[in-house]
Each structure stands twice: as C-alpha cells, then as structure tokens.
Design a protein around this ligand. Structure first.
Ligand code: HEM
Length: 446
C-alpha cells in the first residue's frame, strides 16, 4: 500500500533581534503575536520552536511523548525550585510519586471533603465581610490568594496555615519570579547573583516551615489520610532514607505551591474576565441565587450550574494561566509535515491553542455559549487543555476545579460584587496572574 505523502512545510520565525526585543511583553502575549505572524509552529531564534496547533501538541504530549524529555532550559529553573517534586521528576521516581498521590487527587476522594471546603470558604469570608462593611475597594486577587492557601492547608495537609499565609505568598512570589525571569538564558544556582541568593534563602525558609508542619501533622488519626499524611507515612518515617525525606520535602513544596498559586491565579483571571463581561457575571449571579438556601452540594453539583460552568470554562480558555508547556526533542521529530530537530526545545502554547482561529470563532471574544451548546460535545478534547494533556497532565485538576467552582458560587451567593475593570497588568511570574483585580463587595446574607 502506498504511504500517504504529507507535504513538507518549512518552519518560519522572526529575526533574532525582533524575537528578543519582542519578549519585553509578557511571553504569553508575545507568543500570541508570533502565532498571528507565522502560523502553527514558529522558530524562536536558536532557542525553541513555538507550537500553536492542537494536533502537533497532541503528538508531542501524548502520542509520541516518549520522543520528548522535560530537560529543556525552563525545566532546569523549575527543578531548582521544586527539586525532586513531581513537576520535573522522571522515570521510576515520577511513576512512583504519581501512583502514590493519584488516589488522593481522584474526583471521588476529593469530593468526600466538600463540606470541609465550604467551611473553609466560610471562614475566609469573615475577613471579606469586614472589608465589605467598611466599604473599602478590595483586591480580589489577594483575597482569593489567602483563601487558596487556607483551603490547601485544610484539604491537602489537614493543617491550619493561618500563621504561614504571608510567608507562603512571598516565598511563591520569589519562586515563580525566578522561574520566569531572564529566559531563555540560564545560570546555575551556584553563581552568587542577587536573585540566586534570594532564592536560596527562600528554599531554606520553606524547608524550615515544612519541617514544623511535618512534625505537627497528626497522621495517626483513623479517618481518611490527607495528601500530606500519605507523603509523611510513605517517605517521612523514622526508617526513611535521607533521599526519601528530601523527595518528601520537595513534593510537599510542589503541592503547597500547586494548591495555592495556580488556583489563586485562575480565580483571579476568572474574576478579571467577568469584570470585562459584567453581563455574564449577572447571569451567573441569577443562576446561583435561584438555588434554594439549603441547596446541598454533592460530588456532581456542577451540572446544576450550567451557566456558571460555561463562564468559568470560557474564562479558562481565554486566560489559561499555565500558558505554556515545555519539552525537548530526543530525536529528529516529524509532525504534520514539519521537522523539529533533535535536541531542540519546544514550547507548547496553551494560550495559542485556546485562541487558534481555525478552531475557535472570534477567539478573542468571551463567549461562554461555546461550552453550553452541542459544539462543546463535538469538540476534540485536545483543543481545550488548561490542565495539559497526556501522561504529565495536571494531577491537581479535580482539586482546582472543585475549589474554583465552590469559591465562585459561594461568593455570588453571599456578596454583591462589582468588579472594577482595568487594563490587564500581569505579574512577572511563570503563570498568567493579574497584579490586582479590584472590586466593591457588599455582603447580602447573614
Ligand atoms: C487551575 C489550576 C491549575 C492549572 C491551570 C494547572 C495546570 C497544569 C498543567 C498545564 C500541567 C502540565 C505541565 C506539563 O505537562 O509539563 C500541570 C502539571 C502539574 N500540576 Fe497543575 N495546574 C493547576 C492546579 C494544580 C494543583 C491544585 C496542584 C496540586 C495541588 C497541581 C500540581 C501539578 C503537578 C504536581 C503537576 C505535574 C504532574 C506530572 O508531571 O505528572 N496543579 N498543571
């Protein structure tokens, strides 16, 4: 049988000087302009290939994932921050970590704790109510940051994080700044630059906080183990090796950051998108308030909130906070007519995939209807990938979705919210995260 010939296509890209000067903009937005100029795959100087087409991304992340490694220049920085944690670990270590923690992060297990999440959200609202009463303009991104840290404490560590909130915020700020700053260049950590010295201090600080938490965590209770206890019981016993203990510390650091920062940034970006589109905030509020006061949240509560769900998913399409995934080709790789040279890094832009004009009508418009109608059911899954795709897909996806939905629904139930729309300014960080989202809050329920 004759093999189907795929037309060979050349990879185009900007001149080096244009690429380097353009990266002054936040990378996600700069990469979007590159997709508009050069199409599905873009050569970004000698550094990496930018991937914008969902089929190419699927080949790299899933079908041919064995042909790619995570040893690109971005993962070197991620590794400096998270050590042996699951985000950059590989081989047997990675599969044992995933096997150990997958059950804790399953939809079924997590939703057993739904009441615990609701209680924690209620606790966080005490501060929101005081601010609302004073009539101050609040920064929603800061408020949801605190809420995300506290819920991660309760749900993942079964531990009260109150006294660590400020430390965690500044630790993660430094870590994510380091991961994003100065790319595509990388200097080893032993070079004593001001940033490296700060990062080393942050690494020591987080270890000493984790040491206290691990010592105080009560893991002998008969009820369901938290993620922290699963790690402590597997890797932090008296007979554990120093290597196991290092893995435990790094994994806890990863989960701490994961439970806080991406959830907080997603919530902030969703509020931001609703500030841009207040008519949808009104529609969501109406839907939420139509539910009876004693509405019981169960594991499949999502289906009772179709408008709210569609708005949240659409905001996560328009602003996928984890805007890029990085890999490195182990071989000369052929995909969809293009060739990616051996040892070349690739940056899969989830931001661009979510705005690819071939698959999304009016890609820059906020249109939640895309997630309500039959279109949504027909859409191939790899066209919408806020949590990535393939075997390294986010382990915390069900956790994040549960916290995001419950926080938004509870907020709309209990507060009148007027989001003050401003041009988007993002933090210098590895994720898309607004510097602030201002709003007026009015508490409406006792
Ligand atoms: C809305 C919130 C979140 C988003 C958008 C997000 C996004 C992602 C994406 C795109 C990846 C794939 C990275 C890759 O393929 O290289 C990933 C991986 C990962 N995420 Fe998340 N994430 C979120 C929340 C969380 C939470 C809550 C946790 C943990 C508490 C978490 C822990 C992880 C870990 C450990 C990995 C690496 C998984 C592996 O390599 O096996 N994430 N995340």
């Amino acid at each position: 049988m004759k093999a189907i010939e795929i037309e060979k296509r050349a990879v185009q890209g900007p001149k080096l000087i244009d690429f380097l000067t353009g990266s002054g903009d936040f990378p996600a937005f700069h990469f979007y302009e590159l997709m508009k100029g050069y199409g599905d795959i873009v050569k970004c100087g000698p550094y990496f290939y930018l991937i914008n087409h969902p089929d190419i991304a699927r080949d790299i992340l899933n079908r041919d994932q064995k042909d790619f490694s995570q040893e690109d220049f971005v993962s070197k920085r991620v590794h400096t921050v998270f050590g042996y944690g699951m985000v950059t670990s590989k081989g047997k270590l990675w599969s044992s970590q995933r096997r150990l923690l997958n059950p804790v992060f399953s939809h079924k297990e997590l939703h057993k704790d739904i009441d615990k999440v609701l209680d924690q959200i209620n606790d966080s609202f005490s501060e929101w109510k005081i601010l609302a009463k004073k009539g101050d303009v609040v920064d929603l991104s800061d408020l949801v940051g605190t809420l995300a840290i506290m819920t991660a404490g309760q749900l993942l560590f079964n531990f009260d994080f109150t006294k660590y909130v400020d430390s965690f915020k500044s630790i993660v700020k430094m870590g994510t700044y380091y991961m994003a700053e100065g790319l595509p260049f990388f200097l080893p950590l032993w070079i004593p630059s001001p940033n490296h010295l700060k990062l080393k201090k942050v690494n020591r600080d987080v270890d000493s906080i984790l040491e206290k938490i691990i010592n105080e965590m009560d893991c002998e209770q008969p009820n369901r183990d938290s993620m922290g206890c699963v790690l402590k019981n597997a890797l932090g016993t008296k007979s554990s090796s120093s290597y196991d203990r290092r893995v435990m510390f790094d994994e806890m650091r990863t989960m701490l950051a994961g439970g806080y920062f991406p959830v907080s940034c997603s919530l902030s970006m969703i509020w931001y998108a609703l500030g841009e589109n207040p008519e949808y905030l009104d529609k969501m509020t109406r839907e939420v308030r139509q539910k009876p006061v004693d509405y019981k949240f169960t594991a499949d509560f999502y289906k009772d909130f179709p408008v709210t769900s569609a708005c949240i998913f659409e905001a996560m399409r328009l602003y996928p906070i984890a805007f890029s995934i990085w890999r490195k080709a182990k071989i000369e790789f052929h995909t969809q007519g293009y060739t990616i040279p051996k040892n070349k890094s690739v940056c899969i832009s989830l931001f661009n995939i979510h705005r690819h004009p071939e698959f999304w009508d009016d890609p820059e418009e906020f249109k939640p209807e895309r997630f309500m109608d039959t279109q949504s059911r027909k859409r191939p899954k790899h066209h919408y990938v806020p949590f990535g795709w393939g075997n390294r897909k986010c382990i915390g996806d069900h956790y994040a979705i549960m916290i995001i939905f419950l926080t938004i629904i509870r907020t709309l139930q209990q507060f009148d919210l007027k989001i003050i729309h401003e041009p988007l300014k993002v933090r210098r960080a590895a994720l898309i995260c607004p510097k602030r989202v201002l709003a007026n809050l009015k508490h409406i329920q006792k």
